[in-house]
Design a protein around this ligand. Structure first.
Ligand SMILES: NC(=O)C1=CN([C@@H]2O[C@H](COP(=O)(O)OP(=O)(O)OC[C@H]3O[C@@H](n4cnc5c(N)ncnc54)[C@H](O)[C@@H]3O)[C@@H](O)[C@H]2O)C=CC1
Ligand SMILES: O=C(O)C1=N[C@H](C(=O)O)C[C@H](O)C1
Length: 269
């Protein structure tokens, strides 16, 4: 048991944090060695099991990320961009695998993650599920087969608490579409239409976001042509799919060379 990779969860009280804790606890391939929350969080000092409403685990939530990460072979991090970038420095120092599920990064955050990946294994993906990563590959393939007579639109829907848009998944899908078409997403992306927008630009890749209720995560990639339309769709109904993917990435990352990887690497897609 003590030989199994030790996992620390950042943002342990969150929607994903709790799902991750349960997934690691149920696994016979890893052990939960730390649960970290932000300073001032009301769960700090409480037993993680009790805080989640179940039996005590003998593991208390802490805000001491450095001490927790020192015990870890892998850190699974679904938090915020600022928290994740700070954690990347710590995981690089500790040489622990850093699995990043957080979304909403800006260019500066991404640069800092890239720098940390010179010293540590980082697996980062806006979506850790098998289904979405398959959808990424399908999107790339369909986009490569069609020309700009087919308008590409990425539509995503999430719960009311989500703070970033477009979702990380939508951006992965848009990036795959752009790659399939051989264009730069930064030059073709069209977001936030409102008012008299003018006609759609030929070749644009459009994004729109729906927010409401408890929607776990839904993504459509629409290829709309004249007289026909292809729709590639993924619907997540359970956050366990993301947690399973993240744990798989943490195990896959053990003994890899430092670098920044994604779920396509982990899944061999
Ligand atoms: N890549 C994927 O497959 C998925 C990614 N996500 C992303 O994961 C992130 C988190 O999502 P949720 O769990 O729904 O959010 P959430 O808000 O429920 O959880 C985030 C947690 O991080 C904690 N946190 C913030 N700063 C921290 C710090 N400095 N140290 C430790 N903990 C800190 C917060 O207190 C909170 O408990 C979002 O960016 C979301 O888009 C969510 C689901 C799947
Ligand atoms: O915030 C969420 O909930 C999710 N975020 C990820 C994203 O931004 O795509 C993945 C999933 O869709 C759920």
């Amino acid at each position: 048991m003590a030989d199994l990779p030790g996992i620390v969860i950042m943002g342990a009280s969150g929607r994903m944090g709790q799902m991750l804790a349960q997934t690691v606890l149920q696994s016979d391939k890893a052990r939960l060695v730390g649960c970290v929350e932000r300073p001032g969080h009301p769960w700090i000092g409480r037993d993680m099991g009790e805080a989640m409403g179940s039996a005590p685990l003998g593991l208390c939530l802490t805000d001491d990320a450095i001490a927790a990460i020192a015990r870890a072979q892998a850190v699974i991090d679904f938090t915020t961009p600022e928290a994740t970038v700070a954690t990347a420095t710590l995981t690089a120092q500790a040489r622990a695998v850093h699995v990043i599920g957080t979304t909403g990064f800006g260019p500066d955050h991404l640069q800092r993650i890239k720098a940390a990946a010179r010293h540590a294994v980082i697996v980062r993906a806006g979506n850790m599920s098998l289904g979405v990563n398959l959808l990424v590959q399908l999107t790339r393939k369909v986009a490569a087969a069609l020309d700009a007579d087919f308008d590409i639109e990425v539509v995503e829907a999430h719960h009311r608490h989500k703070v970033d848009a477009p979702s990380g998944t939508a951006l992965m899908l848009g990036q795959a579409a752009a790659e399939g078409r051989g264009v730069a997403l930064s030059e073709m992306s069209e977001r936030g239409r409102d008012g008299i927008t003018g006609e759609r630009a030929r070749g644009a890749i459009g994004f729109s976001a729906i927010r409401g209720g408890d929607i776990v995560g839904e993504h459509d990639v629409i290829f709309a042509g004249m007289g026909e339309r292809i729709v590639l769709r993924h619907v997540a109904t359970d956050r366990a799919i993301f947690a399973r993917g993240a744990l798989r990435a943490a195990l896959w990352g053990q003994d890899r060379k430092p670098g920044e990887y994604d779920m396509l690497d982990v899944l061999g897609l």
